[in-house]
Write a protein that binds this ligand. Structure first.
Ligand code: PAP
Length: 294
């Protein structure tokens, strides 16, 4: 970015409301909270990204089951995902983050006008942007949006574990859960407020169910085959045989992914975060128990 643009951005950031969060500051832009290094790329993606009619965009607030979807969507869309030959499965060599690039964390993080002309269609992207911040072309083109959400208490607990692991690797003490809870309750967490995020997509999915597939982590846990079948139909890639669905569900299961070498030992080059932190217990209802920090 040119130095004048950097100066303008710093000046803008300095004027935004600010709150502490896990040892850093979050800034509120257009009603949603961002870390400063995600802010410029979010602004660039929001104004510059041009969606194509056959794009698929995975959207979510954080820690709601996105990684599961990052595995499932490419597996459904790629014909290899349905074959019997497990040795061809891209998930063997790639963490799900690598299979479906993030607009704000990867695509727009270095260049506000990246050249996407070499990407093969149908292109798959993900974003944590709330509905009002989405690039206009995502809303108006024929592209499909898949939104995943989760019980807020479970989302909160998952966020605590993830963020405390991330800051521990940098030598920072864990943030006390009571303070993190108060902050989450006020809607202050990256990409939050959680309820505004969920409601934005929920309301739009009611108006345009053919455009937005609204999914819940709990439904996925209860009936993964049924939900994956529905998702595949929504994406225009229905399954012909039951074995194909079983294959996708198994390939993308937490048990399998968390034990793959790549996910146990790899590091996300964009965020510097160990891939293992994306896979934990995946339990429904953990936020309602008294043993939150297990
Ligand atoms: P992100 O927003 O950083 O991408 P995200 O994947 O949405 O994170 O959330 C991580 C949660 O999804 C973790 O939940 P937990 O902390 O309650 O355990 C993680 O375990 C769970 N998760 C990751 N992959 C899968 C999967 N394949 N199946 C089920 N749950 C998964």
């Amino acid at each position: 970015m040119e130095s004048s643009s950097v100066d303008k951005l710093s000046a803008l950031i300095n004027e935004l409301p600010k709150q502490p969060w896990y040892g850093a500051d979050l800034y509120n832009w257009k009603g949603f909270w961002y870390r400063p290094h995600h802010l410029s790329s979010t602004m660039a993606a929001s104004s510059n990204f041009q969606a194509k009619d056959d794009d698929v965009i995975l959207t979510s607030s954080m820690k709601t089951g996105t990684t599961w979807m990052k595995a499932i969507i490419p597996t459904i869309m790629n014909p290899v995902g349905r074959t019997d030959d497990d040795s061809l499965d891209p998930l063997l060599k790639h963490h799900p983050n690598e299979l479906i690039p993030s607009l704000e964390i990867q695509v727009y993080s270095v260049n506000p006008h990246p050249d996407l002309s070499n990407m093969v269609s149908p292109r798959l992207f993900r974003t944590h942007m709330a509905y009002p911040l989405l690039p206009e072309s995502i809303k108006t083109s024929g592209c499909k949006i898949v939104y995943i959400t989760r019980d807020p208490k479970d989302t909160f607990v998952s966020t605590c574990h993830f963020m405390n692991s991330v800051i521990a690797a940098r030598g920072v003490e864990p943030w006390p859960m009571s303070e993190a809870f108060e902050s989450f309750g006020k809607g202050v967490h990256t990409f939050g407020p959680f309820h505004d995020h969920v409601l934005g997509y929920w309301k739009e999915s009611l108006k345009r169910p053919e455009k937005i597939c609204f999914m819940r982590y709990e439904d996925m846990k209860k009936d993964p085959k049924g939900e994956v079948k529905k998702l595949a139909c929504f994406l225009g890639r229905p399954f012909e045989k039951d074995q194909e669905v079983e294959k996708v569900v198994w390939r993308c299961s937490l048990e399998r992914l968390k034990n793959l070498k790549m996910n146990q030992h790899g590091v996300d080059p964009w965020l510097g975060i160990d891939y293992k932190h994306y896979f934990r217990r995946g339990i429904v209802g953990i936020g309602r128990t008294t043993s939150l920090m297990r």
